[in-house]
Design a binder for this molecule. Sequence first.
Ligand code: MG
Length: 130
Amino acid sequence: MGWSLEIIEVNNFKNMDQIKKITEKIIAFRNARDWEQFHKPKDLAISLSLEVAEVLEHFQWKSEEEIKDYIKNNKEEIGEELADVFNYLLIIAHDLKIDLGKASKDKIKKNAIKYPIKKAKGKHTKYNKL
Ligand SMILES: [Mg+2]
């Protein structure tokens, strides 16, 4: 499968409305609490980074074997941290007027061209070294 087929598949995504609906919910949540006043882009980016760190905390110091068991037993907690990351992403994109669904699709298309399957399959090499 070449990159052109991958791009056609991305263009056919139909459920991007989900992102809009969840964004509306999280913004309504924020507005009901009058928290927009605290949500400067810098502080939102810091919060996003802190939430990513909370995801990492689940895996810190654990071996690959311990992590497998940990994930089985702590899916809900890990999911909550991923949701925190996701929700901050949605808020930042909303405030900066970035269509995150479109940005994501565009980035997948760019990456499909940067990392052609023929050259990149099974490799972790950066695109400029392929
Ligand atoms: Mg959190």
